[in-house]
Design a binder for this molecule. Structure first.
Ligand code: DAH
Length: 331
């Protein structure tokens, strides 16, 4: 009898190894531990054995039952831990788990479009520092200290105010300082755009943010004319807003260009201003150390938020930076 129980146990343990589904486990349980199983039979008939045998067979039988129950539980747990319970792995009607995909920010998308348009026109891409020296943000752009034009850019100065050379530092108010940095380091011809972040000490409203992006542009070469400026920006407008786009230039003032203009596009029945531009001021060339009198150039600066607002009919610039997924998920 004892030998029978031991053989039964080995067989049960071997069989358990090939069980993987709930059904396998249930069949195994009925077969080895159920009411009609061999082990139950042995334990039921124990009463017919003599006193000595009753003790030995009884205790081995019960011990085996408990051990097999434990093994069943362990094996089930191990398998459900690796392949999931058979219920969820077999129930194909369960809805799949939602995978949320990230998206690019609308301003990033617009910046990419602007970059692509200018790269196709032969422009390179450059960047400059967001913490800038007074010298580049203003002086080199023909905006000397105490000049009233400084009022055009409400500035956030860096607390310490000076770097180790005693120069004043600020959060750049526009990307135009990179013009001066490029001219200082590179000889013409230059065709470059400068995307980047800018900051202004300004109360926010639906058309103003205290931080925003700009894309600056600069072309310097021998004998560049205002027609080159117009042609370049017209091509850009068509790439950005469609081949039928109409543009308009009006006089404007920026200290680093002469003449200075702003450019509008005709959009849904209205003229909307999208950028400032002009021919590089001779003083800017002089400060950059360019001496060749035949050099000329044009520059422009635009706000990608403004362009995205026009293209996507967005009426408040603050939406871009308020992290509201209901807004961001629309792009
Ligand atoms: N930097 C100017 C601004 O922040 C924009 C601008 C205007 C840039 C005219 C230019 C330009 O290069 O020629 O308002």
């Amino acid at each position: 009898m004892i030998e029978k129980i031991e053989k039964l146990k080995i067989k049960a343990e071997n069989d358990l190894k090939s069980c993987v589904s709930d059904k396998d486990f249930e069949d195994w349980r009925v077969n080895y531990l159920g009411r009609k199983s061999e082990l139950s039979d042995i334990l039921k008939n124990i009463k017919n054995l003599d006193q000595e045998q009753k003790k030995v067979v009884g205790s081995l039988g019960n011990k085996t039952r408990i051990e097999l129950e434990g093994k069943l539980k362990d094996t089930k747990n191990r398998i459900s831990g690796t392949i999931g319970t058979s219920k969820s792995s077999e129930d194909y009607s369960l809805p799949s788990r939602h995978i949320s995909m990230g998206k690019l920010h609308p301003v990033t998308l617009t910046l990419r479009e602007i970059r692509k348009a200018f790269v196709s026109l032969g422009f390179q891409i450059a960047e400059g520092p967001e913490i800038e020296l007074d010298k580049y943000n203003f002086d080199m752009l023909n905006i000397p200290e105490d000049h009233p034009a400084r009022d055009m850019w409400d500035t956030m100065w860096i607390d310490e105010k000076i770097n180790k050379n005693g120069e004043k530092m600020l959060l750049r108010t526009h990307t135009s300082p990179v013009q001066a940095r490029i001219m200082e380091n590179q000889d013409p011809p230059i065709r470059v755009i400068v995307p980047g972040k800018c900051y202004r000490y300004e109360a926010t409203d639906s058309t103003h943010e205290w931080h925003f992006y700009q894309v600056e542009g600069l072309a310097v070469d021998k004998n560049l004319t205002f027609s080159d400026l117009k042609g370049t920006l017209y091509e850009f407008a068509k790439k950005m807003f469609g081949s039928e786009t109409k543009i308009r230039f009006r006089c404007d003032y920026f200290p680093f260009v002469e003449p200075g203009v702003d450019m509008s596009i005709y959009w849904e029945g209205k003229w909307l201003e999208i950028l400032g531009a002009g021919m590089v001021h001779p003083k800017v060339f002089e400060k950059a150390g360019y001496k060749d009198k035949n050099l000329s150039g044009f520059a422009f600066g635009m706000g990608p938020e403004r362009i995205a607002m026009i293209k996507h009919n967005i009426d408040d610039i603050r939406l871009f930076y308020s992290n509201d997924l209901r807004f961001l998920e629309q792009f």
